[in-house]
Design a binder for this molecule. Structure first.
Ligand code: PLP
Length: 388
């Protein structure tokens, strides 16, 4: 019989909405997909070529479980270049997608007598992986009235003797919010009183920031470094979601156990993908700037257009590539809104409740789509709400 812990697994609704949207498109219906969270850009050609070259050069076998040394060194060089922080390649674990780091962190630190704090609304895999580990998943709220930031005080108040891990995510999926530095300062200062609690910072959208609120990496806080896990990767920054590539930076106390998990689960990451990842970090970075500029201008258009619609209000996205409008003035709940929007006018978006209970009353739209489709989607949304 299936275990209780397996029954606790959640999912990512974006994948089921994607499959429903594709089915409707196959039936000939016009669909605008603002559901799935992936760049609509192709992986830059020089990165693709590096992957192909690696295959031609015969990189067909297993690599070190933690990732090829050159790639782990390149991750450290990239962090030094961007944050001026020194990391040892021995603390870097290359994994098949950033998601794996969420799962590994939960498995390493979650247990039946423990609690893990996570953002809500937030990436749904946090809650799912925590619950699978046996730990109690304790949500803390991201509040619209403060730009979807957390309150450090609120997080610190939720800590008790069972708390083993706190997960934070900035820039945020699904809200597009960035946590201001003073709130992070308060959290890190407060955590000095709880020296056993670990922190996992999901920084996967860190290169998509629109300039109004500065992104602050937790790597900048030496006082927490020996209990900090960083999640990052290539999926979003280099439009490489399908390559399945990510990395974690683990403290000395966890890196060996994390590597053992990798050996048990996937042995190593696809060798040619690792060579492509190396080229992504070492090669020209203008592709990242191009995407950031595109997401910035598209999310501005979407945010402005959404705010023109009756009874809908939307916070200005500060990073990532999502708008998270408030639709609570309409009498439909988020899930009905999501389903009816797709069925009647062919717009795929994701119900806020897919990101936790505090997502009720919101919808997530991805801005990783052309300006033309964003404008068309807003027209159709306007038509849809005019009939509610
Ligand atoms: N963390 C957040 C906040 C995300 O939104 C995602 C993907 O959507 C991930 C992690 C996982 O990314 P990957 O595709 O590299 O597993």
């Amino acid at each position: 019989m299936i275990t209780n812990r397996s029954q606790n697994l959640g999912t990512e609704t974006a994948f089921s909405v994607l499959s429903k949207a594709n089915k409707l498109a196959d039936q000939g219906k016009e669909i605008i997909n603002l559901g799935i969270g992936q760049p609509d850009f192709s992986t830059p050609q020089h990165i693709v070529e590096a992957g192909i070259k690696a295959l031609r050069d015969g990189h067909h076998g297993y690599t070190q479980a933690s990732g090829i040394p050159k790639l782990r060194e390149a991750v450290c060089a990239d962090i030094y270049k961007r944050h001026n922080v020194e990391i040892s390649p021995d603390n870097v674990l290359i994994v098949p997608g950033g998601k794996v780091i969420i799962f590994f962190s939960s498995m390493l630190l979650g247990d039946y007598d423990r609690e893990i704090l996570y953002p809500n609304p937030g990436f749904p895999i946090y809650e799912s992986a925590i619950r699978f580990s046996g730990a109690k998943a304790v949500p803390y709220r991201l509040r619209e009235d403060v730009g979807f930031s957390f309150s450090a005080e609120d997080i610190l108040n939720k800590i008790n003797e069972k708390t083993s891990l706190i997960i934070i995510n900035s820039p945020s999926n699904p809200t597009g919010g960035i946590i201001p530095k003073d709130e992070i300062d308060k959290l890190i200062k407060g955590l000095e009183n709880f020296p056993k609690i670990m922190l996992m910072s999901d920084e996967i959208y860190d290169q998509f920031c629109f300039g109004e609120i500065n992104f602050t990496s937790i790597l900048k806080y030496p006082s927490i470094r020996n209990r900090l896990i960083i999640l990052n990767g290539w999926s979003k920054t280099y439009a490489m979601t399908g390559w399945r590539l990510g990395y974690g930076i683990f403290p000395d106390t966890l890196i060996n156990a994390a590597e053992k998990l990798a050996v048990n689960v996937h042995s190593c990451v696809n060798a040619s993908a690792q060579f492509a990842a190396l080229e992504a970090l070492n090669g020209p970075q203008d592709c990242v700037t191009v995407m950031n500029n595109a997401f910035k201008s598209r999310s501005k258009i979407m945010f402005e257009e959404l705010n023109k619609l009756e009874l809908i209000s939307c916070n200005k996205p500060q990073g990532a590539f999502y708008c998270f409008p408030n639709i609570s003035k309409y009498r439909q709940n988020s899930l009905d809104f999501q389903n009816n929007l797709l069925d009647t006018v062919g717009i795929a978006a994701i119900a806020g409740t897919s990101f936790g209970e505090y997502g009720e009353g919101y919808l997530r739209f991805s801005c990783a789509s052309s300006e033309k489709s964003i404008k068309k989607a807003i027209e159709k949304l306007s038509l849809f709400i005019s009939k509610l």
